[in-house]
Each structure stands twice: as structure tokens, then as C-alpha cells.
Design a protein around this ligand. Structure first.
Ligand code: G3I
Length: 354
């Protein structure tokens, strides 16, 4: 039988890691073992986003089983993927991922119940006409199918606009500004114990837009908590971008502390790195990516409210950033396109273990 232990042995993980050479920071911590183990030893989790069809790649499957304690369906739990037309539920890919997770003792994050970008046209039209009841019906359908197996939900994805206010999206237009609170309450009615999350992006860097986005998210969390809404955690997507300048302690640390002070947990939900330049060859690029991740996790994991880290994919071969018009494969995930671990993986391991 294939077990995590046999897979790790087959991967020869420790020698491979030694051979790839970690950056100075992670060599200092002398990482050994898996990302899952490093996280769990500190009471956290490590996971990755995944499309189930990628699991037919044996090398990816091994990396997933070696390093992940948690999986996030990258696409298939979204409304448009699950229910492309009103009379068609496409649940097979999610079922496949849930079966795989159950067989290998992995938890699954539910991503995402409400996201305008993944709302099918028919549902957007119905929400415009009939309002809240369409959202309730969607939640009924999703929780009836998966609520017994998924206990961690991104209930609302990307509600904050670049001006710091609520994004004037289709839910806001049809239901009003309390749609986030209503969505959280509706999720709680259908699951008494799930961790309910609001997930957003663009919160890491020192620029005016992201400063407004941070204040906007903090204000939303504060309002929701004061209204008694069942918000358990905030998801920080953490799509890092090397063109946006350095990550600064004086920006990130107080932001995370203020979020934690509102009484919520913090999850890093979609970590990856968009490269700014492709010069210097693979080794130099991998080092820049690793340094950014090392710095981000140094700052983020100093905050005890941060309970877990998910990367948005595990391998550059399977990254959404590939389709970003880059001339070369983006190298912003822990494994390269041939599924060799990179310095980014060592940096994550060292920071999880530190
Ligand atoms: O599979 C079809 C393929 O058959 C078709 O030929 C092709 C034509 O465009 O589309 C393919 O589906 C695409 C799918 O990715 C797989 O590549 C969808 O169009 C495309 O919309 C989908 O994009 C995903 C996107 O969310 C929308 O669901 C990305 O993979 C996924 O990484 C991205 O994830 C989001 C998070 O949910 C929220 N935060 C940002 C993050 C990155 O954008």
C-alpha cells in the first residue's frame, strides 16, 4: 500500500533537498522532513491548491502526499464550475479530490462560496431578479453535497475594493452592503462548526492602494465582529509580486496584529510569487522568489493568529501564473516544472519550523 511514509522514502526527500541547496537563511535552520510535519509541529497546517486532474502526474501526486496536510480545490468548488447551468451539477472533480483527501488523511478547504468572477451568468441574472434566495439555494446545494466533509470555507472571496470600501459587485448591488454578513450567517446555519472565512488579496505591500485595502479589510472585519457575524478567520491570499518592492515589517506586522486583535484567526490562503524579471537564470530567479517568501513568512508566522499556509499550486508546471502572458514559466511555487523542490520550499519549511 502507498503510504505517506513510503512515498517520502521513495522521494528520497532529505537527500534531494540537500542537493538542491537552500538559501543562507534556510541552511541556517537546516530543514528536514516535510512541510506538513514542520507546520503541524507548530500547531499549524500546510497545504496547496490543486486541480484533481493533475493527480495523474505521479510526481505531483508524490509531492502533494509528501508535503500537504490540506488541499484547496483551485477551481472546481466555484459556482460556475459546480453548476454551469441551473439544471446541471458537476460534482465529480470535487468528489475525486475529496476521495483522495480522505484516503490520505488530508483536510480540504472550501473555496469559494461567493465570488463574482466565478458566478455563472444564469446565477448572476437570477440574483439580479430574485435577490438573496438564489444565494441561499446555492448554499443549500453546496452544503448538502459537501458540508459533512469540508469544515473550512472561504464564504466570501474578494469583497474589498481598491478604495477600501466594499466592492460594488453583483452581490452588493442585488442584496446590499450586508451581503457579507448574511452570507456568513447563512453558512453558519448550514454548518455549526465549520471555520468561516473572508478571503482577499492585495494586502502586503507599501503602496497607497494596498494601504486602503488593508484599512478596508480591517474595517469590514471590525463591523462583522461587532454585528456578531460568525466570522472565524480572514484569508490573506498573498499573491506576492516582486515588482511591488520589498515587504516591510512596519506594514505587515501591525496589520496582522490588528486583525488578530479583532478576534479572528488568519490563514495564508494562496501564496505564490509573480516574478518581476527573468534575468540571471533559474538559480537567481529561484533565490529571489525564495527570499521574498522567506521574508513574508518571517513576518507573518511571527503572528500566532496565523494558523496555516496554502500555496496556490505546488509546482510551476501547474501554476495559474503560466497563463499570465509570461515569456517563460513563472517560477513562483515550491517545486519547479519537473517537480524538483526549489529554495522556496526550503524557505517555507524553515519558517514553518522556526
Ligand atoms: O479548463 C478550461 C479549458 O477547457 C478551456 O479551453 C480554457 C479556455 O480559457 O479554460 C479552461 O478553464 C480555465 C481554468 O482556469 C483552467 O485553466 C478557466 O477559463 C479559468 O477561468 C480558470 O482560472 C482560474 C481562476 O481562479 C478562475 O476560476 C485559475 O486557474 C485559478 O488559479 C484562479 O484562482 C484565483 C482564486 O480562485 C481567487 N484568488 C485569485 C486566484 C488567481 O486568479
Amino acid at each position: 500500500m502507498t503510504t505517506r511514509r513510503s512515498i517520502l522514502a521513495a522521494m528520497g526527500l532529505a537527500p534531494v533537498l540537500a542537493a538542491t541547496g537552500a538559501g543562507a537563511h534556510s541552511a541556517f535552520f537546516a530543514p528536514t522532513g516535510t512541510l506538513r510535519e514542520a507546520a503541524e509541529r507548530r500547531g499549524r497546517y500546510f497545504g496547496a491548491a490543486l486541480r484533481p486532474e493533475f493527480l495523474s502526474d505521479e510526481r505531483l501526486r508524490r509531492a502533494v502526499l509528501g508535503d500537504c496536510g490540506s488541499l484547496t480545490p483551485e477551481i472546481h468548488l466555484k459556482w460556475d464550475a459546480l453548476r454551469p447551468t441551473p439544471d446541471q451539477w458537476t460534482t465529480q472533480p470535487v468528489e475525486e479530490l475529496l476521495d483522495f483527501a480522505a484516503r490520505h488523511d488530508l483536510t480540504v478547504r472550501g473555496h469559494a462560496l461567493l465570488w463574482p468572477q466565478s458566478t455563472p451568468a444564469w446565477a448572476a441574472r437570477d440574483i439580479g431578479r430574485q435577490g438573496w434566495s438564489v444565494i441561499e439555494a446555492h448554499f443549500d446545494g453546496v452544503f448538502a453535497r459537501f458540508g459533512d466533509r469540508i469544515h473550512d470555507w472561504d464564504v466570501v472571496n474578494e469583497p474589498v475594493g481598491d478604495d477600501g470600501g466594499l466592492r460594488p459587485n453583483l452581490f452588493h448591488r442585488a442584496v446590499g452592503p450586508d451581503y457579507v454578513e448574511r452570507a456568513l450567517r447563512a453558512a453558519r446555519e448550514r454548518s455549526a462548526t465549520a471555520r468561516l472565512v473572508v478571503n482577499d488579496y492585495g494586502l502586503e505591500y507599501d503602496n497607497p492602494v494596498e494601504a486602503r485595502r488593508r484599512e478596508g479589510l480591517l474595517a469590514l472585519v471590525r463591523d462583522l465582529r461587532r454585528q456578531g457575524a460568525p466570522l472565524d478567520a480572514v484569508g490573506l491570499q498573498a499573491h506576492l509580486d516582486l515588482s511591488k518592492g520589498p515587504l516591510k515589517a512596519e506594514i505587515l506586522k501591525p496589520f496582522l496584529r490588528r486583525l488578530a486583535d479583532e478576534g479572528v484567526e488568519i490563514l495564508i490562503t494562496e501564496l505564490d510569487v509573480k516574478e518581476a524579471a527573468l534575468d540571471g537564470g533559474a538559480a537567481a530567479r529561484d533565490q529571489r522568489v525564495s527570499d521574498a517568501v522567506d521574508r513574508y513568512l518571517e513576518l507573518a508566522l511571527a503572528e500566532p493568529a496565523v494558523k496555516g499556509v496554502t500555496t496556490w499550486g505546488l509546482s510551476d508546471r501547474h501554476s495559474w501564473l503560466q497563463s499570465d502572458g509570461a515569456a517563460d514559466l513563472n517560477r513562483g511555487l515550491p517545486y519547479d516544472a519537473a517537480l524538483n523542490p526549489k529554495p522556496m520550499r526550503d524557505a517555507i519549511q524553515a519558517r514553518l519550523a522556526a
